[in-house]
Design a binder for this molecule. Sequence first.
Ligand SMILES: Nc1ncnc2c1ncn2[C@@H]1O[C@H](COP(=O)(O)OP(=O)(O)OP(=O)(O)O)[C@@H](O)[C@H]1O
Length: 218
Amino acid sequence: MSLVGSGLVGGWRRGQAVVDQLDVAVEPGRVLGVAGPSGCGKSTLVRVLALLHTPWRGSVSVDGTEVRQMRYRAPAALRRRVGVVFQQPRASADPRLTLSDLLTEPLRAAGERDRAVLDARAAELCDRVGLTAELRTRRPHEVSDGQLQRACLARALAAEPDYLLCDEMTAMLDASTTAALVSVISAEVDRGLGVLTVSHDEPLLAAWADEVVRPWSG
Ligand SMILES: Nc1ncnc2c1ncn2[C@@H]1O[C@H](COP(=O)(O)OP(=O)(O)OP(=O)(O)O)[C@@H](O)[C@H]1O
């Protein structure tokens, strides 16, 4: 059981691979740290593992099932098993949605329409990530970056994924919000969530990750 990328090669411009023959395995109940210099391809690797970007070569498999088509063609059941939190919450949050609607987006995408069910789930997710009730009806421009990132984490956890990919999730947050988000995720890891976290923050990786890999060094 794991989210595995094997022999991954990919990038954005023909002939310029930024992910070049990488093997990576995200295992249940463990935190894998990925470090590397700016621009080397860490976010690209995350996008491939999140089934959002098609690699040129190699494969991604989720618990032994190889994902043959990526992006909107990837099977929804597999996509739901991999959550992602991006660096910039404002770039990944629809400004028209309330936080409650934002974090239940994956449930609505999966067909849930019952308002009472969605509201109850939003309340439960907000509690889990430390968002107070009055924030649920606010829109992204009415909350802080830290509060919005908490909502984005809640959205990533909404479909109860087996794997969570964090792409510089805490880069723009203060130390206390970083600690709070890491603590929320650590509780999920204790319940079996497998995490891959990309970060420039070496002390954070040293403290949080079970193992740190540096695929772009040497
Ligand atoms: N959507 C895109 N279109 C074209 N090129 C891209 C795109 N995203 C990334 N790139 C290019 O791919 C290379 C790797 O970028 P990527 O964002 O994966 O690196 P990174 O290691 O995450 O960087 P950073 O640490 O600065 O966030 C860079 O040269 C970047 O300019």
